[in-house]
Design a protein around this ligand. Structure first.
Ligand code: FRU
Length: 725
């Protein structure tokens, strides 16, 4: 059938269906209750909140109540906010398409609800608009589309189980109607029989955020603030519903403009929408981890467990920007190829899932182990009010259970967050470093524990030598040998911007020797974390940072840096952190052009002119001698060495890069979303989010002032790390 003919046919079929379900003509409204009487009549009240009959407007001590119809309404402020109770209608038959009402008061989906009950089950629910101080007592019109319940017997129940501020609900004028209520649909719902792994939600970046709740068996299980597309979406966000396959779930949206197609357009499937383009998108970093869909910020829970590197990450599965913090999860066997496994920590009643870390509890001090398997324990911040520290655990590295005794650490001050935990073998204790704003200063609080569940404060580390605070968010704490010598170990305490302190730690106190030392020297690098529990034979300390690579127009945003090996290098000024790309990345080399040693004079034709490449690794060791400048250009992005100032200039950004014995070592990784430049034995690490022009595959190098001797020059064309499927 011609598609344009299909529509009227479907419309006619639908009309026929409606005609059988409801009277053919738009019937008159049926009043359920207007609450104009002196008592509730045949309705049954329990508890005190509803008194013995409808309120006549505002009750003593209440802000002015308005927006109700006539003189009376249901107002559960009777006796104040702390009273509770229920009020239930006698049964009635659902004989119209919509059930309309006026509602106001407190917002609490569980405890303050107007419910529609069919066969003893809550099939629709609405709550008031207020969940914080201020607000208004006004009632507003809302309605449910109940066409799927035509002919069923139902009752309406009003529940007030809430105490404290906004612990009451206002309801009035319940009626059945066939006239589509005007204005936005409040608590619009759609029931969906789950057949597949994902529901596909339509997203339009920048659209107003809607509260989208997934209800299973009438209970809210997932709740997110989502920029739903009312019309054509920018992209589709997959909501994992695998565990409810075979059930009918309900999606509820707090408010949808009339005519919105958001709910109707939701489909389901076992793969992502546009899965064919996955990892081939024009702005997908090809060897930097990024989430399949949505936003990422900090790396979390980095740990080596059962032969796999685990990378969790701050993830908004339903938005291109920050929000709805989940812990996404990816694993790798080689630090290069990552497989994303889906979200493992979802927001819950304690709040969104903020950053944290992971450890392997080898001695099962936590008791979360099973059948001799040491548990993998995640330690994270639940950023509700209060903001608290919590645990989750796994013995297979795939399924995670939140600890029933959460939280394990109460709020110290609001916004305390980002626990990083490590095992301190000599003292047989767990050590947690936590960011806490304390006495109006950024501090790191250090806690000790023997079982990961009970924590006691051991120390507060605040400012640098002058008392200036510099440790803000996402601390990390680890030990490293200076110059690789096991006898010369130092401890490093660092935070989100990678500024760090070097000092000593005896299991009780960290004593900084030098603090507020600069970490990375570039841009768009934040909240790095290092892996816990790398095998002793590995001996490395490997860090990954959040690489702030905005990817406009893509169904994903932001990424991670390549894995960086950290070392402490002895310098005349003291030990300093160095950053180098992990050797595993060499597996990406597809074609290597080793130019070996070359002398390059000013004005000589570009020796790289014949080369082309999109994903690149450049390695050079050079002796600038009397030259003034060495200028590389990779796909149009300038990487320049300013010899006089001993500075690297990456895409116009300057960073100190000292020569060592007259030599400069330089490594550049170039991806679609950014460059990472390493120089000066790792003392200079310049991450740089920048998008080379898609069609510029050129490379060049030129020098100025005098001949430069390259001891070594190699260009490697790299392959994508994403497995082609
Ligand atoms: C750092 C940070 C953390 C917090 C997380 C929330 O980027 O602000 O302090 O836990 O992001 O997403």
């Amino acid at each position: 059938m011609n598609p344009s003919l299909k529509r009227p046919f479907i419309a006619a079929a639908l009309a026929l269906f409606t005609a059988t379900a409801f009277a053919t003509h738009a019937a008159e409204d049926l009043l359920i209750a207007d609450f104009e009487g002196a008592d509730y009549g045949t309705w049954k009240a329990t508890g005190e909140a509803f008194g013995s009959g409808p309120a006549r407007g505002t009750l003593p001590g209440q802000m002015p109540v308005e927006g109700f119809q006539g003189k009376g309404l249901v107002n559960s402020f009777r006796g104040g906010d702390d009273t509770t109770g229920t009020l239930e209608s006698p049964p009635f038959r659902i004989d119209r398409r919509y059930l309309a009402f006026l509602i106001g008061g407190g917002k609490n989906e569980q405890k303050l609800a107007l419910q529609l009950v069919v066969d003893g089950r809550v099939v629709r629910s609405a709550t008031g608009p207020n969940d914080r101080n201020g607000g208004s007592e006004a009632l507003a019109p809302e309605s449910w589309d109940v066409s799927d319940l035509a002919g069923r017997m139902a009752s309406v129940r009003i529940v007030d189980d809430a105490k404290g501020g906004w612990g009451h609900l206002n309801v009035d004028h319940l009626r059945q109607t066939d006239t589509r209520p005007q204005g936005p649909r409040i608590n619009a719902e759609r029931s969906i029989p789950v057949r597949s792994r994902y529901l596909h939600l339509p997203i339009r970046n920048g659209a107003p955020k809607r509260v989208v709740t997934l209800l299973v068996d009438g209970r809210p299980v997932v709740r997110n603030d989502i920029e739903l597309a009312d019309g054509k979406p920018d992209w589709w966000a997959p909501m994992e519903v695998r565990s409810w396959q075979g059930k009918t779930v309900t999606l509820r949206v707090d408010r949808l403009p009339a005519g919105s197609r958001a709910l109707a357009s939701i489909g389901q499937g076992d793969t992502l929408k546009n899965a064919g383009a996955l990892y081939r998108e024009p702005l997908r970093g090809q060897f930097h981890f990024s989430p399949r869909r949505g936003w990422n910020n900090d790396p979390n829970g980095m740990v080596f467990y059962n032969g796999e590197y685990h990378l969790f990450f701050q993830h908004n599965p339903y938005g291109w920007d920050w929000g709805n913090m989940h812990w996404g999860h990816a694993v790798s066997r080689d630090l290069v190829h990552w497989e994303e496994l889906g979200d493992k920590l979802l927001p819950d009643d304690l709040g969104p899932m903020f950053s944290g870390s992971a450890v392997v509890d080898w001695k099962n001090t936590s008791g979360f182990g099973k059948e001799g398997k040491p548990p993998l324990v995640l330690i994270y911040t639940a950023a509700g009010n209060p903001t608290v520290q919590c645990l989750a655990y796994s013995t297979d590295g795939r399924t995670f259970t939140k600890y029933a005794g959460n939280p394990v650490l109460k709020q110290i001050t609001g916004g305390n967050r980002d626990p990083k935990v490590m095992w301190h073998e000599p003292s047989g204790k767990w050590v947690m470093v936590l960011y806490v704003e304390w006495q109006k200063k950024h501090t790191i609080h250090c806690f000790h524990s023997t079982n990961l569940r009970d924590w006691s404060l051991a120390q507060v580390v605040d400012g640098d030598a002058t008392g200036k605070p510099y440790l803000f968010e996402c601390p990390d704490f680890f030990e490293l040998p200076v110059d690789g010598e096991p006898g010369r170990k130092r401890w490093v305490l660092l935070a989100a911007n990678s500024a760090y302190a070097v000092g000593s730690f005896d299991g009780a106190r960290f004593v900084p020797e030098q603090s507020n030392l600069p970490g990375h020297r570039g841009r768009g690098f934040y909240a790095p974390q290092t892996f816990s529990d790398l095998p002793a034979r590995d001996g490395r300390r490997i860090q990954i940072g959040w690489f702030q690579t905005a990817t406009k127009g893509m169904p994903f945003n932001q990424s991670m840096t390549v894995p960086l090996e950290l070392r402490l290098l002895g310098t005349p000024e003291g030990p300093r952190l160095t950053f180098t790309p992990v050797r595993e990345l060499e597996a990406l080399r597809a074609r290597s052009h080793r130019l070996g040693s070359v002398a390059l004079a000013p004005g000589v034709a570009n020796p790289l002119a014949a080369l082309r490449g999109e994903l690149l690794e450049v390695r050079a060791v050079l002796e600038p001698g009397d030259a003034t400048e060495i200028r590389f250009s990779l796909r149009g992005v300038p990487v320049v060495y300013d010899v006089k100032r001993q500075e690297l200039v990456v895409n116009q950004h300057r960073a100190p890069a000292p020569l060592h014995e007259g030599l400069l070592d330089l490594t550049v990784y170039c991806d679609r979303t950014g460059l990472e430049v390493f120089a000066s034995r790792g003392l200079c690490y310049v991450p740089m989010p920048v998008q080379p022009k898609a069609d510029d595959r050129s490379l060049s190098v030129e020098v100025q002032g005098a001949t430069v001797r390259f001891k070594n020059l190699a260009i490697h064309e790299l392959r994508s790390a994403w497995k082609r499927r």
